[in-house]
Every structure is written in structure tokens, then in C-alpha cells.
Design a protein around this ligand. Structure first.
Ligand code: SF4
Length: 367
């Protein structure tokens, strides 16, 4: 890894585990609640756009602060130490549009990072109603409560927004996730229907994210409908950590995930299937590193991200991992990736390709 990438990787790690205090600096304000990593905003540092927590409880006590003087924005240490210039990406033009029936485009999909369009097709989840069963870090239904998003986005709505986001804002990929519906396809049908509608309007690489469908025919159906990459997310890996953090989803065993990964890689290809590993929820570094090695052998990209405690979830006050823990895991997993045929860059679409929620791809880049 080059010295520049090494130090940028460490800086990004530091900002992502602590967050920054944001006294309402201009630009795209990011998002609160919802599926996956949240309560953060995009910042571009030295040409790399990353997501940094700003709305979490922990970020209010961060040693880092966003400062704005005129048009210049910087991250400074609150103690008065070093400053790095950052650029908050502006709000995208498509946020100003509405559908013919008056729905704001931003309630259908959001801009993530610099050029990724992201949407949660189904904002409810069979596991969410009962907090004893739901994934403890997740806030998927929270953004429904104040009307910021729709319960369900139709394929036509997503296709309309995707076309505008490509035309007006130059987005380069679409990431579609979903709460898990009460059906054997686990959301794969929605993914396939939406991918087909999007691809009929605009040529945009698409990643679908869902739980492993029961029938592997759905991998083929998603692929044929226009899904280029697939994410199926382990989140955590040690058995007792899985039971504590994913009380419902841990019913799907690691063996079942391995089987699903093999089936998906057979359809999408090596390196076009990925999984999230949320570091900092109790898994030891050696467990995450050993799991990544196994995943890479299967052809699955292990997208390691630091756990971000989201306001209003049971883990709101759970500490984020330390920088040194993240650097240890990133360094080992990046070395495994460099020795393999997988890379963030080689993915057609998806969180690993975007990379904004993690510093892994910075650690992955060679001289
Ligand atoms: S890594 Fe995934 S969740 Fe994070 S900003 Fe990129 S697309 Fe969004």
C-alpha cells in the first residue's frame, strides 16, 4: 500500500469510528435511520468520498469537528490540533424532483457517497416488529416514522429516479437493499422486478442485497433480470455474537450462508458476490480475518465496515470499535484480497465497490 493511501486509510478509520461533530455544515446532509449503515454524511477527503457518522450519540463526543469558513470546510481536532480540508458533496439535482403524483424522488432513493444511488425497496422487515428478534443494529423502519420514505418503492418509481439520477447527477451504480418480506424468495422477486424495470430505462450497474432465497433459482432470475452483483450479509460471525446481535436472522446457520454463497457465485461469478462484516460487535479480530479468508476462497468479497451505533436502536450506546482494531482487521483482509482474484474495483456494483462506509479499499490499493 502506498504511504498516501496508508495515511488516508488510517485517517478515514479514525473519523469513521469516532464520527465528527457537525454544526450543520453545507452540502448533502446525509441520512438518519433506515437500513444498513446510517446516521452519517458524505465527505470527500483528498479525492476519496467516505461516509462519516454525524448523527450518532457517540459522534457528539467525537474529538473531531467539522468547521466551515466561507466555502472552505475542514475536519479539525477539537483540541485545536491538525486540520484536513474536506469537501461535502452538494445535494444532487434529482432531489429537487417529484413523480407525477407528487412523491419526492428523495423519498424513493438517495445519493450515497459520491455517485451511488441507493434505495431500500421494502422498508419493513418480518424481523423488525419484534425487537427481540430483529437485528439489534438496524433502524430500517425508523425513517418511515417521519414520512421521509415510502414503505414500498415500485419498480417504475425506482426506474424513474434512476434515469434522472444518471442524467442529472452522473450516478454510476444502483444499490438496492430490502427488509426481508414474509416469502420464500426473501426479497429476490422484488430485486428482479425492479432490476428489470431500471435496465429497461437506463444502463446502470446494479447490486441487489437480500437474505439467501430458499430456492437457488432466484439467483438466475435476478441475474437475468439485470442484477450484476449480489450482497448477502453475514454481519457478525462468531456463534454467540450472531445469537446476541441477530437473534432472528441467526436461525440461518453459517453453513446455510456458505451454501448460498456457493450457489450465488456459480451464477454471478467470483468477486460479484459480497457480504457485510460489521466489526466491533464482539467478534474477535482473528474470527473476522479467518472468516474473510474462507469467504474469499468461496469467491465472496468480505466488506468489513466499522459498526456505527444508530440512534434509537438497541445498540445506540454500544461503543464503536477502536481504530487499532479496525486497522488490524483491514490490514489482514486487504492482504488476503491482494493475494486473491477479488477486488473492490473489479465488482460491477455494490457497497464494496462504493467503499464509502469502510476504509478497506484504501488498505487494499497497492502502490
Ligand atoms: S458502502 Fe453501501 S451503504 Fe455505504 S455509502 Fe456506499 S452504497 Fe451506501
Amino acid at each position: 500500500m502506498s504511504e498516501a493511501n496508508a495515511s488516508l486509510g488510517r485517517l478515514v478509520t479514525e473519523l469513521q469510528v469516532h464520527g465528527v461533530v457537525d454544526p450543520a455544515v453545507a452540502g448533502n446532509p446525509g441520512r438518519r435511520g433506515g437500513a444498513g449503515p446510517s446516521d452519517h454524511r458524505a465527505l470527500t477527503i483528498d479525492g476519496t468520498t467516505v461516509m462519516v457518522p454525524v448523527y450518532t450519540t457517540a459522534s457528539q463526543a467525537s474529538p473531531y469537528l467539522l468547521q466551515q469558513e466561507g466555502d472552505a470546510v475542514a475536519v479539525a481536532e477539537r483540541s485545536g490540533g491538525a486540520v484536513v480540508a474536506v469537501e461535502p458533496p452538494p445535494e444532487p439535482a434529482f432531489y429537487g424532483l417529484r413523480t407525477a403524483d407528487g412523491i419526492p424522488y428523495r423519498a424513493i432513493a438517495l445519493l450515497h457517497g459520491r455517485d451511488v444511488l441507493a434505495t431500500t425497496l421494502l422498508q419493513t422487515c418480518i424481523r423488525f416488529r419484534d425487537r427481540a428478534e430483529s437485528c439489534q443494529f438496524c433502524a430500517i423502519e425508523q425513517s418511515l416514522d417521519d414520512g421521509r420514505t415510502l414503505v414500498r418503492k415500485t419498480p417504475a418509481q425506482v426506474a424513474e429516479v434512476a434515469e434522472a439520477a444518471v442524467r442529472l447527477d452522473g450516478v454510476t451504480q444502483l444499490v438496492m437493499t430490502t427488509g426481508t418480506p414474509n416469502s420464500d424468495d426473501r426479497g429476490a422477486r422484488l430485486m428482479a422486478e425492479t432490476a428489470a424495470a431500471v435496465k429497461a430505462r437506463v444502463n446502470l450497474p446494479i447490486q441487489a442485497q437480500c437474505e439467501p432465497p430458499e430456492d437457488p433459482i432466484w439467483y438466475r432470475r435476478m441475474k437475468e433480470a439485470g442484477v450484476d452483483s449480489l450482497g448477502m450479509h453475514l454481519e457478525v460471525v462468531e456463534p454467540q455474537v450472531r445469537r446476541r446481535i441477530l437473534p432472528g436472522k441467526s436461525e440461518l446457520t453459517l453453513d446455510r450462508y456458505d451454501e448460498a454463497f456457493a450457489e450465488a457465485v456459480a451464477v454471478f461469478g467470483r468477486g460479484q458476490v459480497s457480504t457485510y462484516l460489521l466489526a466491533g460487535l464482539g467478534d474477535r479480530a482473528e474470527s473476522l480475518i479467518a472468516c474473510s479468508e474462507r469467504l474469499i476462497a468461496l469467491g465472496v468479497y468480505p466488506f468489513v465496515v466499522p459498526f456505527v451505533p444508530i440512534a434509537g436502536t438497541p445498540l445506540e450506546h454500544h461503543p464503536a470499535p477502536s481504530s487499532s482494531f479496525m486497522v488490524e482487521v483491514y490490514t489482514a483482509v486487504a492482504a488476503q484480497l491482494r493475494a486473491s482474484d477479488l477486488s473492490a474495483q473489479a465488482m460491477a456494483a455494490g457497497c464494496a465497490k462504493c467503499g464509502a462506509c469502510s476504509a478497506l479499499s484504501l488498505f487494499e490499493q497497492e502502490l
